[in-house]
Every structure is written in structure tokens, then in C-alpha cells.
Design a protein. Structure first.
Length: 260
């Protein structure tokens, strides 16, 4: 078995694979103040609940956009699993060509998503990852990672409205049935959610056009991340929702770097 960890600004997503099968997936809060032992106890508890044996984990891979948490996580893996984790970064084989001005600036999560989508779908792609920030990535059919767009995430946008407008409350992120709303909460929900849907649709359509101007066939649009379903269901130009895209990418990268 291998343990895969995707460390985001809000959550750490963990998965356990046996061969190519995802056995289980968990989500923990990202907390840079938590120690290696605190994370270790949490992970041991999760394994125990699913009756999984820590000793059967023979490998681990981590992608992270939170550098300050890495010491605790790497130390936890070494102490509780007695293995050294592979960390996605410079020098790790990915199978894609990063065409960014400075490849080191590309977030590990974006690279991992690109690896998974390229391996699974084998065509030109637009990948949307709905996380703390929402990222849009453009990949050519040959595996060239061209770059993309970064926007404030849906929760960030909602929180900013609550914090900066003194009379507006914090609201649940759900889609009202109508945009002509009769109360403040529904009005905010409609503006936040449907406004975000419009933003996503427009950005996707522009990126698709730019890829096709480069000679690519119409790209497949793949969405992932915690809020992918909420937004993508209303976006006619999103083709696939793959909630496990990042975990799949981590598994694929691990295999590329450990197979003989």
C-alpha cells in the first residue's frame, strides 16, 4: 500500500492505495501549529477505524502548497510509518513539460492534477481545481503544461463579503432556486454562487479558445476539488468532475519515480 497526501491551505487530503485502487480517502484541517505526533495520532486513529495496518504502507508521496507544515508531516511519516516520503518538487519525474516562465513557481497541486489528467484523458485539457484558490490550467495533448489562471476561491469571496460589508451576514454556500431573491441571505447566496459560475464559464471558454488557436482539438474540461460539484453542475462547458484527480496524480507520480 502507498499513502498519498495533498496538502492545501485549508485541508490535507489523504488517500491509501493498494495497487491502483483507492481504498480510502480522508480530509484533515491544515494546521501549521500541529506537531508531528499530533498528526501521527490522528492518522493512526483513521487507520484503526478502517482496520488498516500501518506496517503495510511501503511508500508515501506528498504534494504541498504550505511549506511551513512540511517538517511536521515528513517527521510524522518517518516516525509512524518508518519510511521517507517522496515530496513533489524539482527533480521529481512527472512526464509533463512545464512551459511556465519559472517552472518552480507552479504549485505542486497544479502539477499533480496535470499529470493525472494527461495520463487518464490523453488529450488537450482545461483543469479547474476548486480549493482555497480556484486554479485553471491549460495542458496540450502532448503533455505541455502551458500555465493558466488563479482566482480567489468561492469561500474566500464569500468571507470577504461578510467581513467588508458590516450589515451582511456570513451565509451557507448553496444555490438558491432563483436570482430574483426576496431576502438578504438568498440574495447573497445567489450573487456569490451564480456570480462564481459565470466567472468560471467565461474563463474556461477563453482558455479553450486560446488552446484551439494553438492547433489543439477542443479541450476536455475537468473539474476537481471540494466545491467542484456545486459550481460545475451549472457550467455547461465543464465535461467531467473527478473528485480524486489529485490523489490519482500522486499515485501516478509515485509509480513513475519508484518503478524500475
Amino acid at each position: 500500500m502507498i499513502l498519498v497526501l495533498d496538502v492545501g491551505n485549508t485541508n490535507i487530503v489523504l488517500g491509501v492505495y493498494k495497487d491502483k485502487n483507492l481504498l480510502v480517502e480522508w480530509r484533515l484541517s491544515t494546521d501549521v501549529l500541529r506537531s508531528a505526533d499530533e498528526y501521527g495520532i490522528q492518522v493512526m486513529t483513521l487507520f484503526s477505524q478502517k482496520k488498516l495496518n500501518l506496517e503495510e504502507v511501503k511508500g508515501c508521496i506528498i504534494s504541498s502548497v504550505v511549506p511551513s507544515i512540511m517538517y511536521s508531516l515528513e517527521h510524522m511519516i518517518k516516525k509512524y510509518f518508518e519510511i521517507a516520503p517522496l515530496v513533489v518538487g524539482p527533480g521529481v519525474k512527472t512526464g509533463i513539460n512545464i512551459k511556465y516562465d519559472n517552472p518552480r513557481e507552479v504549485g505542486a497541486d497544479r502539477i499533480v492534477n496535470a499529470v493525472a489528467a494527461h495520463e487518464i484523458y490523453k488529450r488537450a485539457l482545461v483543469i479547474i481545481d476548486f480549493g482555497t484558490a480556484t486554479t485553471f490550467c491549460a495542458i496540450r495533448a502532448n503533455g505541455d503544461y502551458l500555465g493558466g489562471t488563479i482566482c480567489p476561491g468561492l469561500k474566500i469571496s464569500s468571507e470577504a463579503l461578510f467581513q467588508k460589508a458590516s450589515k451582511l451576514p456570513r451565509v451557507e454556500l448553496i444555490k438558491p432556486q432563483s436570482l430574483i431573491c426576496k431576502n438578504t441571505v438568498s440574495s447573497m447566496q445567489a450573487g456569490i454562487v451564480y456570480g462564481y459560475i459565470g466567472q468560471v464559464s467565461y474563463i474556461v471558454s477563453k482558455i479553450k479558445s486560446e488552446l484551439m488557436e494553438l492547433g489543439e482539438e477542443e479541450p476536455l474540461v475537468v473539474a476537481t476539488g471540494g466545491l467542484a460539484k456545486l459550481i460545475s453542475e451549472e457550467c455547461s462547458n465543464v465535461d467531467v468532475i473527478n473528485p480524486f484527480l489529485t490523489l490519482e496524480g500522486l499515485r501516478i507520480i509515485y509509480e513513475k519515480n519508484t518503478s524500475q
